[in-house]
Design a protein. Structure first.
Length: 318
């Protein structure tokens, strides 16, 4: 006898979430804001630091922006305290920013338990704490949801240049953003800069936690982050060639060179880059002004300036 499919219970024909074991509600950003609000001092620091970075990108401030990341296993609060003590002393030459790892947001216990709601609150509390030490903060975003929880506290952000979703996210972010790619893949970062500077529609979440369609205006404060290759005799030549390639194709672009611990030491890539920064020299045949930025990854990055200065932008709100 044939089976009467009309008599089968609909529960037996489930076609969704077949490989999902748990779906937990995410707390709305507004609830987190209410419990962990920013204040005038924090928001003033965020606005001022964003403006400083804007001026660096415009060639109107020749200090070095140093974005420091945390090496695995180190204490970020201890690092924040140490950097805050240096910040005022070095303020005439450097602007220090501390980048926090978004990994603690998704899995704060680092044990696979994935208590994201707890991690979001802990991350916002940490960002507030660091800002109140007098040290601006940064985060590397990996999705289009979590920025709503932290963006008001950030002076800088970064994303992968390879992700079209994150390129669209950048177009709606309020702070300067670095689009990160390998120094051997300048085509990816150039395309990412073009995309993030335009208008887009993408999926996101409101401060009330409602999923929605975000319409963005484009972010003119995006710059390229080129991650230096493994430290070897060819690294400096590769970075120089990448700098030249970007400036030939997009002369107005600001650049950041990302260095790791292996690049540090005498006659290594950080020394070569620092020498070029100090003398305003050329890299890869392209001449630059004194570089405006230096950045992280245990963790440090170094940046190049625009080929030609542009007028400083007016002061803006967070």
């Amino acid at each position: 006898m044939g089976t009467d499919t009309n008599s089968i219970d609909s529960d037996e024909l489930s076609t969704a979430n077949l490989r999902v074991t748990r779906l937990q509600a995410l707390q709305p950003p507004s609830c987190v804001f209410e419990d962990l609000p920013g204040d005038v001092e924090v928001y003033t620091r965020v606005v001022d630091t964003r403006q400083v970075i804007d001026n660096m990108m415009a060639g109107c401030d020749d200090r070095l922006l140093v974005i420091v990341g945390l090496a695995e296993g180190h204490d970020i609060r201890a690092l924040a305290t140490a950097l805050s003590g240096l910040s005022d002393k070095l303020a005439t030459d450097l602007v220090l920013v501390l980048q926090c790892d978004q990994g603690m947001t998704h899995d704060p216990a680092n044990d696979g338990s994935y208590h994201a709601n707890r991690g979001i609150r802990a991350s916002r509390e940490l960002l507030l704490e660091i800002n109140r030490l007098g040290l601006p903060t940064a985060v590397e975003f990996r999705d289009t949801i979590t920025p709503q929880f932290f963006a008001d506290l950030l002076s800088w952000a970064s994303v992968s240049a390879q992700s079209e979703m994150l390129q669209e996210l950048v177009s709606g972010l309020s702070m300067p953003v670095g689009l990160r790619s390998s120094a051997t893949n300048t085509a990816a970062v150039l395309r990412a800069l073009e995309i993030s500077n335009g208008e887009h529609h993408f999926l996101g979440v409101s401060s009330e936690g409602v999923c929605g369609i975000v319409r963005s205006t484009g972010n003119p404060d995006a710059l390229a982050i080129l991650a230096a290759p493994a430290a070897d005799p060819a690294a400096a030549a590769a970075v120089g060639a990448a700098l030249g390639a970007v400036h030939r194709q997009r002369p107005e672009a600001s650049l950041v060179i990302e260095l790791s611990a292996e690049h540090l030491g005498p006659e290594t890539l950080d020394t070569i880059v620092a020498d070029q920064i100090g003398c305003g020299g050329a890299a890869g045949g392209a001449h630059h002004r004194r570089a405006p930025a230096f950045a992280r990854r245990p963790r440090v990055r170094a940046a190049r300036a625009r080929a030609a200065p542009r007028p400083a932008r007016p002061r803006r709100a967070a």
